[in-house]
Design a protein around this ligand. Sequence first.
Ligand code: BJW
Length: 245
Amino acid sequence: MDLFILTGAGISAESGIGTFRDPGGLWEQHDPRQLATPEAFERDPILVHRFYNWRRETCRRAEPNEAHHALARLDREMTARGDRLMLVTQNVDDLHERAGARVVHMHGQHNEARCTRCGSVHPWTGEMTVESVCPTCERAGRLRPNIVWFGETPMHQGRIAAALGAADLFAAIGTSGAVYPAAGYVAAARHAGIATCELNLEPADNAGLFDIAFYGKATETVPRFVDTLLSEGPGAFVPDGAARP
Ligand code: BJW
C-alpha cells in the first residue's frame, strides 16, 4: 500500500486552532495581505511578529485530537507492514508530530525561526521580535517565522511530486482546496490515474475532482477512514472497488 495524505487546517480545528476561510476564520478577521506576505513583513515586522507570536502560543497550548492520533496509528502500522505513507501538511502547527506521526510541512512551522541574513533555521518556541538575535550569525533583527507566505515557494515540492506519482490513493483531509500548489495535487493525482478521496466538513472548492468523499468532523471521519484502510486497503476507496486504469 502506498498512500499520500494531505492535511489542512480542518484537522486541527477541533484542537482549538482556528481555520482560515471558514465563517469566523482567521482571514475573515485579519487581512492576509497585511500579515502573510513577505511584503507585509518588510513593511511592518512588529505587526507580523505580534500576529505570529499569538498564533505560536495558540498552537503551543493545543493538543493533538483523535484525527491526529488516528493518522499516527496509520503511520506506525503501515511502517510495521512495510507499506509507505507520505503525510504532507499545509499546517504550521506541530500536532501531527506530537501525536507521533512523521510529517512533511510544506508551509513551514510556527516553532522555527529563519534568519533572513544567513539562512539558518532554528527551533523557536517563545516570542520572536525585531530585536531577536540569530543564534548562528548573531545579528539582531533578521529573524522571521519559518513559514511560507503568499508568493513564496512552498517547501519539499520535489519530494512531494515523487511521492504523489507513486501513490495508490490520494486523500485530502480538512482543506478548502483554495490555496495552490496544494489545491492542485488532486488534479495531478487524477492525471496519474490515482484514486482520490476527500474527508472534509464541507465540500472543498475542488470537490468535483475527488472520486469519493466523506463529510463530517475530522475526529469522526479520520479514525473510521484509518480503520477501513488498515482492514481493507486503499481499494475500499475506489468507487467500483477496482484500481483506476
Ligand atoms: C474541517 C473541520 C473539522 C473545518 N473537520 N474539516 C491565482 C490562481 C492560482 C494560484 C494563485 C493565484 N494567485 C496567487 C496564487 C498563488 C497562491 C494562491 O494559491 N493563492 C490563492 C489564495 C488563490 N499560492 C502561493 O502563493 C503559494 N506559493 C506558490 O504558489 O509559489 C509558486 C510555486 C508553486 C509550486 C512550486 C514552486 C513555486 C504559497 C501559499 C502559502 C500559503 N500560506 C498560508 C499561511 C501560512 C502561515 C499561517 O499559518 O499564517 O498557509 S495561507 C493559509 O492557507 C495557510 C494554509 O496552509 C493554507 C490552506 O488553507 P487550508 O488548510 O485549506 O484551510 P482553510 O481554512 O482554507 O480550510 C479549512 C477546511 O477545513 C475547510 O474545507 C473546512 O470545511 C474544513 N474544516 N473544520 C474537518 N472539524
